[in-house]
Design a protein around this ligand. Structure first.
Ligand SMILES: *Cc1c(COP(=O)(O)O)cnc(C)c1O
Length: 371
């Protein structure tokens, strides 16, 4: 049986090879390896896509989160609220500024930060909230914005998994003060290496981020503040600009895959919970995450049948060894801990065929017949 991977970047490259190869060659011909015209074009197109005034191209999504916090002046002694159910980069960026991550449990249906639990986490030191649109499912932004406004906090969207998703008709990336995107190769819009972007409609924040990403430069030889070497590579900008044109079509295909999985999974096993997408959002299914019982056994059974599934994420932030010093313990965030035991990510990518999805689901059916 041929392998069904969690994500198949080669299948995607095959569909756009001539465009990609030409874009990379163009960048080499111009020797525009850092920022440059291709990256600038992508920034303009990505800002338009996100319905914001500015996109600043960076070398990773983590850099975007780091600079977003720095641009707001977040640092030692401050606290930033985020979800405990996310990739480590979200909290890492907070720690990099010297601030303290304050974690909050999730809504078990959406896996995103529970907006009603944010208020209890606010202290006089709180400066910002970072909601994460996990798996491509928008966080519940209206109540988050309400609590932020009431307590004078800024909102930074971690949109690393949510390119093109929407909340109540608004594009993800245009809702908070700033939003951070990752173009890690496996993301919905992925570069051919590390890359990221920060988007905002705030002119001052955008200008500050542009300085911070490029050694605090105002001109070639003048440096106004201490910055970083966090710039977007020219080749990545060129690749991303090609791929952005295809993103709407790829997103439709991901959504069609999700619908088909949900249909196929309807009568496999009563314990399976398929993704919940509220009517007021448009999810982009970076991952298709179900809940099951006997999760680890199922994962291994799929692997034996050459089907790659994943767990995003098996260890919540509050139980990570690196955060022992934050003082959290097992039992602090029960919804996340329960989800971490049950979630399973099935293969999903735009080029995934119906026959492949049918094989995944039939293999699951076989597992539950035996177990
Ligand atoms: C991928 C990811 C990041 C970090 O992006 P990099 O480009 O890998 O630095 C941040 N947050 C979330 C939720 C992610 O999935």
């Amino acid at each position: 049986m041929s392998k069904i991977p969690l994500v198949d970047l080669h299948a995607q490259y095959e569909t756009i090879k001539p465009e990609i190869d030409a874009a990379i060659q163009r960048t080499i011909d111009n020797t525009a390896f850092i920022l440059g015209p291709e990256a600038k074009k992508f920034e303009e197109h990505f800002a338009e896509y996100c319905n914001v005034k500015h996109a600043v191209g960076l070398d990773s999504g983590t850099a975007a989160l780091h600079l977003a916090l720095l641009a707001l002046g977040v640092g030692a002694g401050d606290e930033v609220i985020t979800t405990t159910h996310t990739f480590i980069a979200t909290s890492e960026a907070i720690v990099l500024t010297g601030a303290r991550p304050v974690l909050v449990d999730i809504d078990p249906r959406t896996y995103n930060i529970d907006p009603h639990k944010i208020k209890a986490a606010i202290t006089p030191r709180t400066k910002a909230i970072i909601p994460v649109h996990l798996y491509g499912q928008p966080a519940e932004m209206d109540p988050i914005l309400d609590v932020a406004k009431k307590h004078n906090l800024r909102v930074i969207e971690d949109a690393a998994q949510a390119h093109g998703s929407a909340y109540r008709g608004r594009r993800i990336g245009s809702i908070g003060d700033m939003a951070c995107f990752s173009f890690y190769p496996g993301k919905n819009l992925g570069a051919y290496g590390d890359a990221g972007a920060l988007v905002t409609s705030d002119d001052e924040l955008a200008q500050k981020i542009r300085m911070l990403r490029d050694h605090g430069r105002t001109t070639k030889y003048e440096h106004e503040i201490t910055g970083y070497g966090y710039r977007l590579d020219g080749i990545q900008g060129a690749v991303l600009d090609v791929k952005l044109k295809h993103l709407p079509e790829w997103t439709d295909k991901r959504r069609a895959c999700a619908d088909y999985y949900t249909e196929l999974l309807a009568n496999v096993d009563d314990a399976i919970v398929t993704p919940y997408e509220p009517a007021h959002v448009r999810a982009v299914y970076h991952l298709y995450v179900i809940r099951t019982h006997k999760r680890t056994e199922l994962l291994n059974f799929l692997k034996e049948q050459n089907i790659e599934a994943g767990i995003h994420y098996p260890v919540p932030l509050h139980l990570q060894p690196v955060y022992k010093n934050l003082g959290y313990k097992k039992g602090d965030f029960p919804e996340t801990e329960k989800a971490a035991q049950e979630i399973l990510s099935l293969p999903i990518y735009p080029e995934l065929t119906q026959a492949q999805m049918e094989r995944v689901v039939e293999t699951m059916r076989e597992f539950y017949r035996k177990n």
